[in-house]
Write a protein that binds this ligand. Structure first.
Ligand code: PHE
Length: 349
């Protein structure tokens, strides 16, 4: 058989073989079969040895051309196979954009947290610092330094959970007043609020809970008057219940403030005319406050001749109940999602 015929035969075979190859591995095998060291071409090349010198260049040229043709087939098939791989991948990874999306549920901050954060924003804006204090408190800070010595009758106002004779679950956040003053030793001004949980021995019902939250406020400076207190509390009332609210102060009693006042806000429901929210009075009680009692200043290391202060205690649940018309304090703690989720779309007033 002539060399050219032999090459022709290899080309024909290679073409039909390569066209049928199904993957890249098989393609590599085919390449080896025809062009590799032990492939069909090496056999042909062996023929060159028997040729006269003058015929060799021609032989080389022809075999080379044949090789190129086969390489061409291989490359063509490689392109086809690679394209197939891409197509398969694309069809597997197709996203059906018409499918409905998976819902991503975003949590809701508890309404009490929302109220506290809103208050914090307000007070930070007025230059206050946010403090924290322990929920397990010593009697000295919860009562004694607040002008409530042992056996003082006013202790009955705040029935407590005692852990030992001298430690208890704090009955109010006012203990943080004591802690702050003791830590500052006549440094002024003090301007703090302290949100936190407090505990009292109470039977739970719609308006009583053995655990609830307060936001304590304390300002101590060389001058801190009733007028300053009133202006501050007016801001609180307006932030919580709307810009047109008015407040009024009623005389009250707390051992740690003198004079003491209870603060009412004009009813946001009826605008002061009288309705069931304000029990017909036009006013709603929102917090207790007063001018820091001299005994408290002295007990906490401040010269009462030189310094004055005012303090207040805001009931967080009470604020939220009034604002949203919630009539059972237990709703805050029983974790019924239907209750909690209502405050998702909560809007600032
Ligand atoms: N600690 C008081 C209470 O829990 C509230 C209060 C705080 C009153 C600060 C006056 C000043 O009832």
């Amino acid at each position: 058989m002539k060399v050219s015929e032999k090459l022709e035969a290899i080309i024909v075979e290679a073409k039909s073989h390569i066209e049928l190859v199904k993957n890249l591995n098989e393609l590599n095998d085919a390449k080896a079969k025809y062009l590799g060291k032990k492939g069909s071409f090496s056999d042909v090349m062996k023929l060159m040895r028997d040729l006269p010198n003058e015929d060799r260049p021609m032989f080389g040229k022809v075999t080379n051309e044949a090789k190129q043709v086969i390489l061409g087939y291989i490359e063509e098939q490689r392109n086809i196979l690679e394209q197939q791989i891409v197509n398969e991948k694309l069809s597997k990874e197709t996203v059906d954009v018409t499918l409905p999306g998976r819902e991503f549920t975003v949590g809701v901050k508890h309404i009490l947290t929302q109220v506290i954060e809103e208050m914090e924003d307000l007070f930070i804006g007025m230059g206050y610092e946010i403090m924290e204090g322990p929920e397990v408190e010593i009697d000295e800070y919860n009562f004694e330094k607040l002008n409530l010595p042992k056996d003082h009758p006013a202790r009955d106002m705040q029935d407590s959970f005692y852990i030992t004779d001298d430690t208890l679950l704090r009955t109010h956040t006012s203990s943080v007043q004591v802690r702050t003053m003791l830590a500052n030793k006549e440094k002024t001004p003090i301007k703090i609020i302290c949100p936190g949980t407090v505990f009292r021995r109470d039977d739970d019902d719609a308006t009583h809970s053995h655990q609830f939250m307060q936001i304590e406020g304390l300002v101590v400076d060389e001058k801190a008057s009733m007028a300053d207190l009133k202006g501050t509390l007016l801001e609180v009332a307006r932030k919580m219940f709307g810009e047109d609210r008015k407040i009024r102060l009623r005389p009250s009693y707390f051992p740690f403030t003198e004079p003491s006042v209870e603060v009412d806000v004009s009813c946001h429901n009826c605008n002061g005319k009288g309705c069931n929210v304000c029990k017909g009075t036009g006013w709603i009680e929102i917090l207790g406050s007063g001018i820091v009692n001299d005994n408290v200043l002295e007990a906490c290391g401040y010269d009462s001749k030189k310094y004055q202060g005012f303090a207040f205690g805001i009931g967080v649940e009470r604020m939220a109940m009034l604002r949203y018309g919630i009539n059972d304090i237990r709703a805050f703690y029983t974790n019924d999602l239907r209750f909690i989720k209502q405050f998702k779309k909560w809007k600032k007033t």
